[in-house]
Design a binder for this molecule. Structure first.
Ligand code: SF4
Length: 329
């Protein structure tokens, strides 16, 4: 079942020096229970796509497109309607856990706010103040259950702690617990393991995989780390300079990349033994004045004259979408 359909999403930011054309014509679908990774170097538009789905960009930034969640366009919803979905059916895990939590609130207070926001229980301002003074044992039990779901050791102590008293890995688990409190259908994870050491990174990715299976969640990951994409995502979309360049099954795309940019990204992964270091020559484009045709053409070793003039369409190669004239008729 298709949960989310992104159609021709185009996002431009109007600034005092001009129009920054950050994302153009992004198209993809997300099925129930599927995990999808948006990969690409910093500044390729991955997080902008995520923030558009979350509904936190200024409405005038979205110049074109549709975001169909369960067949209803999120972009045409009013704020009241959207707030029943944003943070409820579609939730978010940010990349910096410490700065995402309020340093003056204990973890219990964060949970209380999140549970009330999710309508468990429904509370007006007076009953909220009462709940803040003394959290009933029923609610505390629910909080402990969620902390156990994300495998937090010593949850009673953690509930009484402030964010700065906990490690990055613990905080990321807490953010995941807060994100699943509302039984979401889609979880958006923005570089969820970037700030963590490799051992904790592996544990968090395993936890997310388990939750995806147990809760039937669909997850969109944003990552610049191809290893993370390989470990967790069924499907991958490679983005370059705000354009999609390749889409397919993660293991297939990373084992045999077709687009010259994807090849460059895969080749730039350092090898443990031999091989040296290979980067992609050149740097990111000027979004105010992007290159014509294929945005990758100034850096592409295979560029042809058509690449400089006309933007490539998606060509289907071995069941994969590749936006490159090398695969054209
Ligand atoms: Fe290179 Fe042309 Fe393909 Fe773009 S369309 S990646 S410039 S070959």
């Amino acid at each position: 079942m298709t949960l989310l359909e992104v159609k021709n999403l185009t996002v431009y930011f109007k600034t005092f020096i001009g129009i920054s054309k950050v994302v153009e014509d992004v198209n993809f679908t997300l099925e129930k229970g599927e995990s999808l990774a948006l990969v690409g170097e910093s500044g390729s538009g991955k997080t902008t796509v995520l923030k558009t789905i979350l509904g936190v960009l200024p409405p005038n930034a979205i110049v074109k497109g549709e975001l169909l969640f369960k067949n209803t366009n999120l972009l045409s919803m009013g704020n009241d309607e959207l707030s029943k979905i944003r943070g409820m059916e579609i939730t978010y895990i940010p990349q910096e856990p410490l700065s995402a939590l309020n340093p003056f609130y204990t973890i219990e207070e964060h949970f209380l706010d999140r549970l009330i926001l999710s309508g468990k229980p429904k509370a007006g301002i007076l009953s909220y103040i009462k709940l803040r003074r003394k959290v009933p044992s029923e609610l505390k039990k629910t909080m402990l259950e969620y902390l156990e779901k994300v495998k937090i050791p010593d949850p009673e102590r953690v509930l009484k702690s402030y964010p700065m008293q906990l490690s990055g890995g613990m905080l990321q688990r807490i953010l995941i617990a807060l994100a699943i409190v509302s039984n979401p259908s889609i979880l958006l994870a923005d570089e969820p393991t970037t700030a963590l050491d490799v051992v904790t990174q592996k544990e968090i990715l395993e936890l997310l995989k388990e939750l995806q299976k147990d809760l039937g969640l669909s997850i969109i990951y944003v990552t610049h780390d191809l290893g993370v994409a390989r470990a967790i995502a069924d499907k991958v979309i490679v983005m370059y300079a705000g354009h999609m360049v390749e889409e397919g099954i993660t293991s297939e795309v990373l084992a045999k990349p077709l687009h010259p940019y994807t090849k460059g990204l895969v080749d730039s992964i350092p090898k443990l033994v031999g091989g040296g270091l290979h980067g992609i020559e050149g740097g990111l484009i000027d979004y105010y004045n992007p290159p014509s045709g294929c945005r990758f053409h100034p850096r592409c070793p295979k560029a042809m004259s058509i690449c400089r003039e006309t933007r490539p369409k998606p060509f289907i190669v071995n069941g994969r979408k590749v936006y490159c004239w090398l695969y054209g008729e």
